[in-house]
Write a protein that binds this ligand. Structure first.
Ligand code: KIV
Ligand code: ZN
Length: 511
């Protein structure tokens, strides 16, 4: 076994998506998984198949379509979870069942209501069952960092005896401190042994130490790191992949270990995940923030002009940070367009590419330069997000904004092959449009989030709207893009309505 390689286990689609307040649909998850494959991650945790039919379907689809990395599915120690994971993953080129149970006193007593002896029995039956389905079984002791180390050593030794080959030590609530966690991992590894197994860590970021704890564990002998793009995840998130990987790469002198990641794909992957989840990346975020390589202070600028290494410990190129937006125009051909789309991290089928190119040409008729941001916005709206079963489609809209009175909107939607038109007055044009749509719908979702942004600094930039609707505790997001910002907001709302229908149907909730 190559001991200076640290395996990267990405859990953006499971722990990351679990935390986003909206659900990604299967198509969006496949987009992210394809990009993770390009990034060269070793393992993709595609979801928790027993948690919902939507998750099962997404794991099945990722397993069928993404052939490079090992595809993992999460399962509690319950028989039905492990069977569901095995079924969802069956078509993968290589797959892993990742089973877990909590081992800390507080979780065992209050959450599981189990004694330590009962937990040991669960570990045994779950790992044996998983190992009867695949030779690649990972076992995690949830809340390991707050567990008794003697009990933990017993649990891991049993998991190995029953067939687990990856042993994960989670800092589930982000409680650990780097030195302490490094020592803790080192003690467990010494007591249980490392022959034929890989030790892994999974650190949450509640005290902002997810990456530091992960790196301390690598120093202690961990050779798998569990992480997410942009640090997405429960509460304050998981350790961020880009920070761990660049830490190892930049300070190989300190760690003597590295990953197989193609770091030049970080910037596009981060943008893709941010776009699809609607969770923005803070400008000063390490590695992928838009200011990560910006030098403002005069002294810094002077130093960088003399020699970039004065203030840059990694180059923007090494993480794929483009510096400036590239622009395409009406003379750009399908090939150049397709290449740009790939560089931005999107993976389209040939039919989707033809459709996207048509939109691109229409956009070129409206504006001279089409920026990366414009391309991303309309790809997301017209190509990637489209809910397969659509209840409502926008047919026409008109908004009148007078100088004195209130704006009026008239909207026509097609529903079950029938056009329905309604009009309403509102406090602003968007309010009027949304009121008119509500008159057409036969239910009333609550608008919980509404954002509009321009895709570039130009006056003719594409406007992108993002809304989240809630109905009976189901949340759905929708994005819309157009050179007309009112149209973008209407499209976003209708997409969210269509997604609410799909999510409600999956959960057998009536609308
Ligand atoms: O945080 C955690 O403990 C987890 C486990 C399921 C690995 O996500
Ligand atoms: Zn977690």
């Amino acid at each position: 076994m190559n001991d200076d390689i640290v395996r990267v286990f990405d859990t953006t689609l499971r722990d990351g998506e679990q935390a986003a307040r909206i659900n990604l649909n299967t198509g969006e998850k496949v987009q992210i998984a394809r990009q993770l494959e390009k990034l060269n991650v070793d393992i993709i945790e595609a979801g928790f198949p027993a948690s919902s039919p939507g998750d099962f379907d997404a794991v099945r689809q990722v397993a069928a379509e993404v052939r490079g990395p090992v595809i993992a599915g999460l399962a509690r120690t319950k028989e039905e979870d492990i069977t569901a994971a095995g079924n969802a993953l069956a078509s993968a080129a290589r797959f892993r069942i990742h089973t877990f149970i909590a081992t800390s006193p507080i979780h065992m007593e209050y959450k599981l209501k189990m004694t330590p002896a009962e937990v040991l029995k669960e570990v045994e039956s779950a790992v044996r069952l998983a190992a009867s389905i695949t030779s690649d079984v990972e076992f995690s002791s949830e809340d390991a960092s707050r567990s008794d180390i003697d009990f933990l050593a017993e649990v891991y030794a049993l998991a190995i005896e029953c067939g687990a080959r990856t042993l994960n030590i989670p800092d589930t609530v982000g409680y650990a401190m780097p030195n302490e966690f490094g020592e803790f991992c080192s003690n467990i590894i010494k007591r249980v042994g490392r022959d034929g197994v890989i030790w892994s860590v999974h650190c949450h970021n509640d005290l902002g130490l997810g990456v530091a704890n992960t790196l301390a564990a690598v120093r202690a002998g961990a050779r798998q790191v569990e992480c997410t793009i942009n640090g997405l995840g429960e509460r304050a998130g998981n350790a961020s992949m880009e920070e761990i990987v660049m830490g190892l790469r930049t300070r190989f002198d300190h760690f003597g270990a590295d990953t197989r990641i193609d770091t030049t794909k970080f910037f596009s992957t981060s943008k893709l995940v941010s776009h699809l989840t609607g969770v923005p990346v803070q400008p000063n975020k390490a590695v992928v923030g838009i200011n990560a390589f910006a030098h403002e202070a005069g002294i810094h600028q002077h130093g960088v002009l003399c020699n970039r290494a004065t203030y840059e410990i990694m180059t923007p190129e090494s993480v794929g940070s483009p510096g400036t937006d590239l622009h395409l125009g009406k003379h750009s051909g399908k090939h150049a367009f397709g290449e740009r789309v790939e560089q931005l991290g999107y993976h389209l089928t040939s039919d989707q590419l033809v459709e996207a190119f048509e939109y691109f040409k229409t956009l070129c008729d409206k504006k001279k330069d089409v920026s990366d941001g414009d391309i991303e916005a309309f790809l997301m709206d017209r190509i990637i997000q489209a809910t397969p079963v659509r209840q409502y489609e926008l047919m026409d809209y008109a908004v009148t904004i007078g100088s004195g009175g209130k704006p009026t909107a008239s909207i026509t939607l097609s529903h079950k092959n029938q056009d329905i038109t309604e009009a309403a007055v509102g406090n602003g044009p968007v309010d009027a449009a949304y009121r008119a749509i509500l008159r057409i719908l036969n239910f009333e979702p609550e608008l919980t989030e509404f954002k509009i942004r321009a895709t570039s600094e130009q006056a003719d930039a594409v406007g992108e709207a993002h809304v989240i609707l809630r109905y009976k505790d189901i949340r759905a997001q929708g994005r819309g893009a157009s050179t007309d910002i009112i149209e973008a907001t209407i499209r976003a709302y209708i997409e969210a309505v269509n997604r609410l229908y799909s999510a409600a149907a999956a959960r057998e909730v009536a609308i």
